[in-house]
Design a protein around this ligand. Sequence first.
Ligand code: SF4
Ligand code: SF4
Length: 164
Amino acid sequence: MFLITIEILIEVRSVPGWPYDVQFNAIDTRAVMCINHSLISGTISHSLRAQKTGIHSMTFVVTEACIKCKLTDCVEVCPVDCFHEGPNILVIDPDECIDCTLCEPECPVEAIYSEDEVPAGQEQYLELNAELCQDWPVITEMKDPPEDADEWRDVKDKLQYLER
Ligand code: SF4
Ligand code: SF4
């Protein structure tokens, strides 16, 4: 399985005009494994097609459920360190996300979605992730959640509580 993944990476990088050569050179073993994982689910083929044609790849998005929960399970699986930490939510930098899908199942409150699967009514989180990641620091290691995180798990309409 590992050899198959490497063959695909070489093939993609050999496409004339492929603009992400440097990015893939920088990917470590963990990232290769995540691409392998995505191939199984069929997701990466879409991502690679999009990048080959010069269209921005898909990004994942942190949505409302993260507000005041911020359990940080997601950050340690991201191979390209694209989570940024705010006072009471994390966001994903859409310019860094490689659409590997690894973070989505890690979130205990199901706050993370692919940009084309963001729940109805939460579309504004696409813009919020892109905006807030500009000012907030990168987070790569888990930390203790807020003491009252459990109380906020099932609360709806939490956008009003988002702190910047
Ligand atoms: S795991 Fe989910 S709730 Fe926890 S920080 Fe990540 S997105 Fe937020
Ligand atoms: S899908 Fe998640 S884990 Fe993968 S690069 Fe994007 S934010 Fe990081």
